[in-house]
Design a protein around this ligand. Structure first.
Ligand code: BG6
Length: 282
């Protein structure tokens, strides 16, 4: 069953429930902010202090960062992570191919006027498949006559039992750009342990990752395609305290593993062609 409704804050949302799982998607940002397999703990983290406000991304779930990730390379004062996550998307379709699977498609309408941030013609859709796994596919189509360049991310906040009992596997020996040291390139050979602020773009990696969560006794596997970067982020104590919409102790129960094309892993989309980045979580 899928119904279009509003949450307590007046946010327009789609609520999905089938035999495998339930999910919620806000039309602002095509933002999946809840995914829970039947009889299991939620997989996505959302800050209890998140604003649900027009023009402000929900703090948690899966913000869609597009058409740039992080600061805009040319105009650093433009909105961080692009405009898709704060724009109102349109509902396109829902299908239920079986009792345990729901497929929802949303699209970002092109602006009627003013293309200050991105002067190109595009079609942008997000296909969300809710079943016993959660799959999210972001497709960028160039419907204009000039090539364009994008960076992007499915900025997924995962819920974990306790960050001190979490290890992230799959990025050992991958070079990363450390955002805490002006994107200095580094690498390490061990699974990632999060015991301080971490803000890294792992480069040129198409690998799947997994989150070993001892406290919740579960392993989350994140597979991807069309993505050559993986971002790992946890704001830790001071940054969490500095964000009005981030609960002060929230850093203990979340980690972001983001399927991305970021920094030097940008994507060029020629006229008439499209690019799809997919993330599948189980
Ligand atoms: C991460 C970035 O992807 O997103 C961090 O690497 C950033 O640098 C974080 O702080 C959160 O960004 P925002 O704009 O949602 O506060």
């Amino acid at each position: 069953m899928t119904q279009q409704t509003h949450n307590d804050n007046g946010f327009e949302i789609l609520e999905i429930k089938n035999d495998s799982a339930s999910a919620k998607i806000a039309l602002q940002g095509a933002h999946v902010f809840e995914y829970t397999r039947t009889d299991e703990a939620p997989l996505l983290w959302v800050s209890p202090e998140s604003f649900y406000r027009p023009g402000k991304a929900i703090r948690g779930g899966i913000p869609v960062c597009w058409p740039w990730f992080g600061k805009n390379a040319e105009y650093p004062d433009w909105p961080q992570h692009g405009f898709a996550r704060t724009s109102l998307w349109e509902f396109v379709s829902v299908e239920e191919p079986d009792a345990g699977t729901t497929v929802v498609i949303l699209k970002l309408p092109e602006p009627e006027s003013g293309r200050a941030f991105f002067p190109y013609r595009y079609g942008l859709t997000l296909t969300v498949t809710v079943s016993d796994s959660l799959s999210v596919a972001l497709t960028t189509k160039n419907i204009g006559d000039k090539p364009f360049v994008i960076t992007e991310a499915l900025h997924t906040y995962f819920s974990v039992g306790s960050i001190d009992a979490v290890t992230v596997h799959g990025l050992e020996s991958v070079t990363y750009a450390d955002n805490l040291e002006s994107f200095k390139h580094k690498s390490g050979d061990a699974p990632i342990v999060i015991d301080r602020e971490v803000d890294r773009v792992y480069l040129d990696t198409e690998h799947a990752c997994s989150i070993d969560d001892v406290a919740l006794n579960r392993k989350i596997v994140v597979e991807k395609s069309g993505s050559r970067s993986t971002v790992v982020w946890n704001p830790w104590i001071d940054k969490a305290a500095g964000m009005a919409d981030f609960s002060d102790d929230g850093y203990k129960t979340m980690v972001c593993i983001e399927t991305a094309n970021a920094l030097e892993d940008f994507v060029t989309v020629p006229p008439g062609e499209s690019h799809t980045m997919t993330q599948s979580i189980q």
